[in-house]
Design a protein around this ligand. Structure first.
Ligand SMILES: [Zn+2]
Length: 75
């Protein structure tokens, strides 16, 4: 089993982890269509809009369409 050569100081570990926490909490953009927090240069996960136009069918929309189809079949 591989063993670390040197002991890693507490401060070094925390410094490294701090960068990950910073990256995880990032959502500096706001969707122009629905107002949800989005990552910069990314499609909105809520409505599927990017730069003011629809580019993706979201999972929520797919689910709603499926449920509507099922309701239609039952009738
Ligand atoms: Zn949106």
């Amino acid at each position: 089993m591989p063993v670390p050569k040197k002991r890693r100081p507490h401060a070094r570990t925390r410094t490294n982890h701090a960068y990950n926490f910073k990256a995880a909490g990032k959502a500096s953009g706001v969707c122009k269509n629905c107002g949800a927090a989005v990552l910069p240069h990314a499609i909105c996960p809520v409505c599927g809009f990017y730069k003011g136009r629809k580019v993706k069918v979201t999972k929520i929309e797919k689910r709603n369409a499926r449920q509507a189809r099922k309701a239609e079949d039952k009738k």
